[in-house]
Write a protein that binds this ligand. Sequence first.
Ligand code: SF4
Ligand code: SF4
Length: 389
Amino acid sequence: MKYQSTQFVIKTSKQCNLRCQYCYEFSELHKSDVMTMAQIESMYRHIESYYRSLEIPVAIHFIWHGGEPLLISPQFYWEALDLQAKIFASNHYQITNGVQTNLTILDDERLLLLAEGFDRVGVSVDIFGDLRVYENGRDSQARVLANMDRLREAEIPFGCITVLSKKNINNVEQIYQFYRKLGLSARLLPLHQTSNQGQNSGIEIDPHSVLKAFQTIFDLWLADEEFVWIVPVIEMVTEVLNFYDPSVACNFYDKREWEGINLVNITGDLYGYADAYEIDLSYGNLFTTPLGELFSGKKHEQSILAAEQRLEQTCVNCKFFGACCGYPIAENGYEYNELDPDGAIRCIVHKGMLQYIEYRLIEEGIINGGIVDLQRLKVAQVDREVQHV
Ligand code: SF4
Ligand code: SF4
């Protein structure tokens, strides 16, 4: 059965034992409030009633996020998962759960939760930069690496997220080698701009340095006989291959048709990915209002129109539009891009990477006369269907 996928990022609590300089939750990290089970039940029911009304079967991926989600008692998650299994019992759904953790706290109870409760575990670790520190300023990485060893010993699969900032962007080759050596997949996430002025002072990066870092990763990947899974570079390779493959149907991001990523704040306020925490742009409250009502509301329509306008201004003239669905511009908005005087966005990083990958594959003779020699790429391991969920 083919399921249409969507993702709900759930901000269960903002409390965290770390104080990473770039954290976009920084002002709330001391708050110990946690979503109540009654709120989680309303959220589930409001989500379920909407997807039940659709004819297509739906794969829903819940990502439990914070703050540090593992500060909360594992019992909380077992209850939330039990409740979820009851509410989404129909085979109309394929439900998975992931957790994004700083992995500084790992007792036996939490190890069991990661092994048997969650389907996916994401670990945040920057490898270089010393920005992931405890409240007293002490670096957390030694503890995280030791706990990653415990996950490996317990055979719990996990992937990592590394935030790229000025403190580690010149170390991307070592970061690549780190993940290669451990056989881990990773997502490189360029430093997120926060609304707190001055918070990222001294560690900001510009789109051109992000592009250069991703180009370095691609060159390492291309020359490597091992397959190292580094997102978003792998997704970009897939898009270039799809561009050259006439059998792959064009794929255009259509927010009006489908929301792939939804963020639920601890307050219940629901956001699209591009609009997170801009309360005026929230679609409304998922604790109190059914998802279908929020999706047909005025705020959702505004968000759709803004995404459509970004696609119209930037993507329709891009030669890769269709192989790249336009999501990076539609939902990432202005980050890691520059604006033309008429307000159009220049797609510095994503388009720059697609152009670079194409150029390098032609230079290496892997693309020749418009035909891709797949035997010369580790492409069999690439899932050719790019889904930004
Ligand atoms: S671990 Fe995550 S939530 Fe905690 S301070 Fe760092 S970035 Fe923020
Ligand atoms: S590469 Fe950039 S401009 Fe081109 S379609 Fe993708 S997001 Fe749009």
